[in-house]
Design a protein around this ligand. Sequence first.
Ligand SMILES: [Zn+2]
Ligand SMILES: [Zn+2]
Length: 83
Amino acid sequence: MRKICPLCNGLTSSGIRCPKCGGKMVDQGHIKDYFGPYSPYEEDLWPLVMGKVEGNITNGCVHFLACDHCGNKTQRFIKNIWM
Ligand SMILES: [Zn+2]
Ligand SMILES: [Zn+2]
């Protein structure tokens, strides 16, 4: 048994609805893909992103989501699950 992120492992779709139009929010990838160790924007953006998500980063991961209907973008904290 170990804790994994269901989105990173392709186990599920986000199941999150767009707050603007109610469309389906599609996973755009793990936030670490965007905030790599050499990203020049990391220091500026990371606190902004982290301020928007609830929960402890060590118990899950943050994904970018985009609405496939209106294009609305957001970040969501995805809780890890036991596998
Ligand atoms: Zn993930
Ligand atoms: Zn939308």
